[in-house]
Design a protein around this ligand. Sequence first.
Ligand code: 5GP
Length: 205
Amino acid sequence: MHSKKKGNIFIITAASGTGKTTLISRLVNNRPDIRVSVSHTTRAPRPGEIHGQHYYFIDTEKFESLIQEGAFLEHAKVFDNYYGTSIEGVNQLSKQGYDVILEIDVQGAEQVRRTLADACSIFILPPSFKVLADRLRGRGTESEEVVNKRLSKARHEIEQAFLFDYVVVNEDLTTAEADLLHIIKSYRLKQPSQQLFIENLLENS
Ligand code: 5GP
């Protein structure tokens, strides 16, 4: 059925080092019906990052004026930089029928949960703190002190996992990707997502 069915919104959150970004890019590359919302940020682009694809890179003044205009569904300060999800960006994708992933931190997730009651929230966990520590160390040159700080921050973030609808453990990428897809597919079968179909069916009865 080709209808004007809106896509669902999925909040995906994890502590850093959990492999969230890799997992989400794998998922989205294989699924033309799922899109990741491109956030705005005031942080500088990393090598290889493209404006409009990875983020909209804007300055603090512009970000603050967007806050004033009410342009954000949620926004937060993470590591001294602003990050935010544009209402218009998400609405456009959802109206076109795409399921939309918001790859955001715990503060943003809380705001979206409050605003969009029917958004589905997913927390991605590492299999253990040992694996998380190894992944954080494996990133390269970080000192033990920095790794320990990150681990302690990760612990605080992981405490928020109790508030999420679903929890996916990223031990193996293929399994975790399949788990995410199962969640997204089962959400499409929930009654509110099927309302248009039921209405059309009844209209044509
Ligand atoms: P990074 O700078 O490494 O790309 O992202 C740092 C953190 O900011 C990650 O936890 C990421 O999920 C989060 N983040 C990225 N975009 C947004 C956003 O639009 N809103 C919020 N609240 N967090 C975001």
